[in-house]
Design a protein around this ligand. Structure first.
Ligand code: AMP
Ligand code: ZN
Length: 134
């Protein structure tokens, strides 16, 4: 828990939320500024800013809950989004997974996807480097 964190305050109940789910490790609620109908946030109760700050066991339930919320919204198309760091569009520094229904072209998540050209030599060198550390 972080005393200054808005999502920790939501978990504690000090700030109200439209709570959809709660367990020992996970909390889920509607996003207050939705990109589309059903936009919800699933968060580990464990406070940490980035995904890499959260123990594995606190993450295990997150995706099943996001899946359940996707199902109950009836969304056929949707995005699961998890931002880490300001430049990556993170505003709230408590790890959260967005479940964002994509009902049409204008509502839901808009994505820029600046794909780079395939470079097999570069990919192979990177692969060797990362594989050795896994
Ligand atoms: P991010 O840009 O990934 O950090 O997203 C933070 C999200 O938290 C935004 O979609 C906000 O609308 C949402 N948010 C901020 N404060 C609240 C709140 N009090 N209740 C529900 N959602 C919130
Ligand atoms: Zn927090």
């Amino acid at each position: 828990m972080s005393a200054a964190c808005i999502f920790c305050k939501i978990i504690k109940g000090d700030i109200p939320s439209f709570k959809l789910f709660e367990s020992d490790k996970v909390f889920a609620f509607l996003d207050i500024q939705p990109l589309s109908r059903g936009h919800a946030l699933v968060i580990p109760k464990y406070h940490g800013a980035k995904l890499t700050d959260i123990p594995d066991e606190d993450l295990a339930e997150v995706l099943p809950v996001a899946k359940k919320i996707a199902q109950v919204t009836g969304a056929e198309d949707f995005n699961i989004l998890q931002n880490n760091g300001r430049i990556a569009h993170q505003v709230v520094d408590h790890v959260h997974f967005h479940m964002i229904p994509k009902p049409n072209q204008t509502e839901g998540l808009g994505i820029e996807w600046p794909a780079q050209a395939t470079d097999m030599d570069k990919l192979k060198a990177l692969f060797e480097e990362l594989k050795a550390k896994m």
